[in-house]
Design a protein. Sequence first.
Length: 418
Amino acid sequence: MIRFPLFLLRSRSLKYLSLTGSSIGFPDTYSIILESTWDLPALTTLQLRCVAFYDDNGTGIFSKCVNLKNLTLNNFTILGSCDFSVCHPRLSNLTLKNGYWALDAFNLVAPQLNNLTIRSCYGKHLIAAPNLASLLFSASCLLQFSTDLCYLEKVDLRIDTSFVWSGSRIACLLQQIHNVKFLMLNLELVKPLSAYMERISLQPSPFSNIKSLNIFPLYVPSDDEAHEKVTMSTKVLNYLLDGSPSATLTMISYEELKEKQQKARAYANAVVAQNRMSDLQELLEKEKANIETHINRRKTSVEADVLAHDQGKTQVENVQLHFERKMAQMKSCWEDVGVQINEGRSTTDYILSQLRDIEVLLQKDLPASKTDNLLACFSNLCAEVDNVVEKILHRMKIPQIHLTACSNELAATSRSSS
């Protein structure tokens, strides 16, 4: 583990920096721990991945990066149990992904922040961002705003309600984002909110500016979990839309989501299959080139042996030297036989295993528009594999043939000398 003092990086002109550590113990141990305050006054874009911070008691680790506008933290952890703060007057875009900590709170103070994305982070988030225009929140942790959001345009909420999100907390969050114009909510929020509707049934809708409301399920329950399907509540729908009668409502059903997921999987299968076939085709081309090189090298060696044999017929050759030369050739052939058999078996096994994997992929769901072309490509690939495997087997036989020739010649020489 490296403790990385940030003051070691000193630059008055650096504008873009990306730093990636490595995970050495999921979820909260990374190879780089960032300490102290980073003094990079020209920096505008910073991306950090697989790093750890210490809680800073509010000092603000990025406070001296005075021109920082874009900050991305991905796969990060915060050590300690106090607060951690990102306080920056010019920060415009912030993305937090896969963050882990046991803090009291993650504090964000960014008066110029326009876009905020939080995905799969744990712990409480306290946000002060009065100019926020776009919010994507996909997590189960708590989210609270300490300032009014007068300029909010788009909000996408994908909240797992199985943990800390009660109906009252959801209602409070909706009140805080009441200026939003384009709102996306996951259907699972409806269940705890429905249970809370009796307490707020007399309250007006918090939204008066909504132009578009999109409601969708996060996932499709299995057949065994069918009882967990959420039905849209009329009371909740009225609560969301009564203040915006001209808003456009779009609701995605479980069936539509399932169909969309199936299509996505089918296209993903097609892409993977096509890539695997391209990789295998490239491997076959390399193997054919290797085989051709080996055959040419062996041909040159055989021609040299023939020339030496012919020269031996025109001059008196020391029989002992002849035997030694032939024995050395036989030893080399034996070694070559072993190498060719091992390499040939390994290469053939790998090629065939790749072909089988591709065949399995092609048996999965595929887009109808791509199926015929993929199957045709696979058929051609099978023929190419047959051709290359046959060449590999032939290459494995060549040193054996040469070994037999050497042995026969050695026996003939032995008979002629006796």
